[in-house]
Ligand binder design. Structure first.
Ligand code: SF4
Ligand code: SF4
Length: 275
């Protein structure tokens, strides 16, 4: 199984899944329930604006988030749902200009977030499969996804059965990646484990606890991080460019530095600068 470039057919979708906070109305800072213990500034009810959200939807302490150890704010990534809802789903209105619609807007945001997250995984899967049947299956799921996020009736769509089909398709790809490269030593609990400098090529860390694990300088070609908890994992001086199913949110939650190499579709968190 060779990782290939995702076809240009989905170039627009790839861009749409990258967050662009300047085009958003601060949706995550209002719609979500936050807990101080999870690295947010305070306990906050869903639907209540964070006290640091400015009138033009910026964060007044953004440059200080790392120093203040606000890991929840640093790690969050909406897969582009915020700007999609602000710019496309609700043109010329937002939760602030139309408070009567605020709850509805927040629900749409949560649904688009789920669908965008799924689309991200499907694109990653599409880059990994080589046989036409698997490609067609993922392709059909992506087309369905795009149609659902484009409709104005998104809240009445039940995505449970869609998610089930996606899970099955992703499991097949994930199993195939593991079968192609597993060394038979896969596990799920690596809390704080020191892997420093190890060759972890092809390891299956899907859904694994990697909290505070030391991956510094490891070789991670085709290593599968699907759903792994990467909070505070040490990925300094580490080349992650060949690993699979690694998301921006996982990267944001980990500890990297200027020498960390990332997959092409992920960005270096601003909080890593200068380390
Ligand atoms: S919802 Fe997304 S785009 Fe909007 S501010 Fe939050 S992370 Fe940025
Ligand atoms: S501190 Fe900033 S990024 Fe975090 S929830 Fe508040 S406004 Fe948003």
């Amino acid at each position: 199984m060779i990782k290939k470039e995702v076809t240009n057919k989905y170039a627009d979708l790839e861009v749409a899944l990258q967050i662009d906070c300047k085009k958003c109305s601060g949706l995550c800072c209002v719609a979500l329930y936050c807990m101080k213990s999870d690295g947010f500034p305070e306990n906050k009810q869903a639907g209540v604006p964070c006290k640091h959200l400015t009138t033009d939807f910026c964060c007044d302490i953004h440059p200080l988030l790392a120093a203040k150890k606000m890991k929840g704010c640093l790690a969050y990534d909406c897969f582009g749902a915020g700007q999609k809802v602000t710019q496309s789903s609700y043109v010329n209105e937002n939760w602030k200009t139309n408070p009567d619609k605020a709850d509805e807007i927040f629900q749409v945001f949560m649904k688009v977030f789920q669908l965008h997250q799924i689309a991200w995984y499907l694109l990653e899967a599409l880059s990994l499969v080589s046989d036409d049947r698997a490609k067609d299956e993922i392709d059909a799921l992506l087309v369905e996804n795009i149609q659902m996020t484009a409709t104005t009736e998104i809240l009445v769509i039940d995505i449970a059965s869609y998610k089930m089909r996606v899970d099955q398709a992703l499991k097949k790809v994930s199993d195939q990646v593991a079968a192609d490269s597993s060394d038979g030593t896969n596990g799920k609990d690596y809390f704080g484990k020191n892997f420093k400098g190890a060759n972890l090529d092809g390891r299956d860390f899907s859904m694994a606890l990697m909290i505070a694990a030391n991956l510094k300088g490891c070789s991670l070609k085709k290593t599968n991080f699907l759903g792994a908890d990467m909070r505070d994992a040490n990925i300094k001086d580490t080349d992650l460019s060949g690993c699979v199913f690694l998301t921006q949110m996982q990267i944001n939650a980990a500890q990297g530095n200027a020498k960390t190499k990332l997959p092409a579709n992920l960005s270096r968190p601003f909080s890593w600068q200068g380390e």
